[in-house]
Design a protein around this ligand. Structure first.
Ligand code: PLP
Length: 418
């Protein structure tokens, strides 16, 4: 019962400094968010001690009567939130959720088809050295060179040619909606299963602000920590017919004991995601992304060689295209870091620069919306980012504007006293 600061001052200092960083800077990594206090409490709880291999009512360990309640709540809440027939809340992370689906529904050597990594896909959608690329034959589809949109005619052509067993729709960096009905039609035409990975936009779906993939997909996977603002973890939603296979692929197929503290925190996150307050936050997230896109499509931005992929956004992120800019992705990320804004550099489709440098930035608004930002603040942030991407800029002046915003929206007030 000795406190962390006494047992391990070095790690206590890491926590303290990281809290200071999160409070003092503006977090605009599109895949990040601030989990609410209730989620942190559940995740930092005694449930971390409990082994619960199996599923509620069918465990391989004693003493599961209380964690069973947590898992049932998480499952039922997720089912209601997304209108799913079956839910598995045990995947430790998004990657594990995707691995479990492949384990459940296809066999090594089968063909899978996903969005090209360099065009916004995820590692687990078939990247060469990821398990998905090593175990399966990978066909990819990309975005159109001119519109930067997924071209469903080309998706269909590739599917007809390669005959995938599993088609994956979903992305880590794409600023528009995918056409789930069209993906379903292609999957049906070639006899493939359809998995939608909604890791990024699940919070928008929960709020009813993004088309839901659930009616169209055989299986939907997600993380819980991005727009959903829950604990770092994954979840799988599926049709009833796949429930048994999915459950046994997660446990014992892929994982041992579930992280019951994370499962309980997922239950909390799903409860919050059903609230009016959550929906209002997702609305600000979307308006914020549009404001940032607007700031990066002015004449001044264009004159500095800054463009926005697809010219705007329908989701929580903006993809800045720096192919014509004096700054490459790395330099732009560094410039914003100096100004106190955290983003990640990101390859744009058909990027001439190497993946460690890139010609783009992925800029997301979920974390700042959670912090309370509304239209005026997002306009100010957009203006700061646009100024930082000019060839010459007053970084100290921008840093001061960022510090002012950060101060006006305190993060985790009083956390030290919790
Ligand atoms: N799927 C998509 C589309 C993602 O963007 C990510 C994370 O970035 C994942 C899956 C993997 O999630 P995790 O990092 O929790 O394994």
């Amino acid at each position: 019962d000795r406190p962390l600061a006494e047992v391990d001052p070095e790690i206590a200092e890491v926590l303290e400094r990281e809290l200071g960083r999160q409070r003092g800077t503006l977090e605009m990594i599109a895949s990040e968010n601030f989990a609410p206090r209730a989620v942190l409490e559940a995740q930092g709880s005694v449930l971390t001690n409990k082994y619960a291999e199996g599923y509620p009512g069918r465990r391989y360990y004693g003493g599961c009567e209380f964690v069973d309640v947590a898992e049932e709540l998480a499952r039922e809440r997720a089912k209601a939130l997304f209108g799913a027939e079956h839910v598995n809340v045990q995947p430790h992370a998004g990657a594990q959720a995707n691995a479990a689906v492949m384990h459940a529904l296809i066999r090594p050597g089968d063909t899978i088809m996903g969005l090209e990594l360099a065009h916004g896909g995820h590692l687990t959608h078939g990247m060469k050295i990821n398990f998905s690329g090593r175990l399966f034959d990978v066909a990819t589809y990309g975005v159109d060179e001119r519109t930067h949109l997924v071209d469903m005619d080309r998706v269909r052509e590739t599917a007809l040619e390669r005959r995938p067993k599993l088609i994956i729709a979903g992305w880590s960096a794409y600023a528009r909606h995918l056409d789930f009905a069209a993906f379903r039609a292609v999957a049906d035409e070639v006899g493939a299963l359809l998995m939608v990975d909604m890791a990024h936009f699940a919070g928008l779906v929960a709020a009813g602000l993004h088309p839901s993939p659930v009616p169209y997909a055989d299986v939907v996977t997600s993380t819980v920590h991005k727009t959903l603002a829950g604990p770092r973890s994954g979840v799988i939603l599926c049709r009833a017919e796949h429930a048994k296979k999915i459950d046994s692929a997660v446990f014992p197929g892929q994982q041992g004991g579930p992280l019951m503290h994370a499962v309980a925190a997922k239950a909390v996150a799903f409860k919050i995601a059903a609230s009016a307050e959550f929906r209002e936050r997702q609305e600000r997230t979307l308006r914020g992304a549009k404001a940032v896109a607007a700031a990066l499509t002015t004449d001044a931005a264009r004159a500095a060689g800054v463009n926005v992929i697809t010219g705007g956004t329908d989701v929580h992120l903006v993809l800045a295209d720096l192919r014509e800019s004096a700054l490459d992705g790395q330099q732009a990320e560094d410039r914003l870091h100096e100004a106190g804004i955290t983003v990640n550099r990101n390859a744009v489709p058909f990027d001439p620069r190497p993946p460690m440098v890139t010609s783009g930035l992925r800029i997301g608004t979920p974390a700042l919306a959670t912090r309370g930002f509304d239209d005026a603040e997002f306009a100010e942030v957009g203006d700061v980012i646009a100024a930082a991407l000019q060839p010459e800029c007053d970084v100290a002046g921008l840093r001061a504007r960022v510090a002012d915003l950060a101060e006006r929206f305190p993060l985790y007030p009083g956390l030290e006293e919790w």
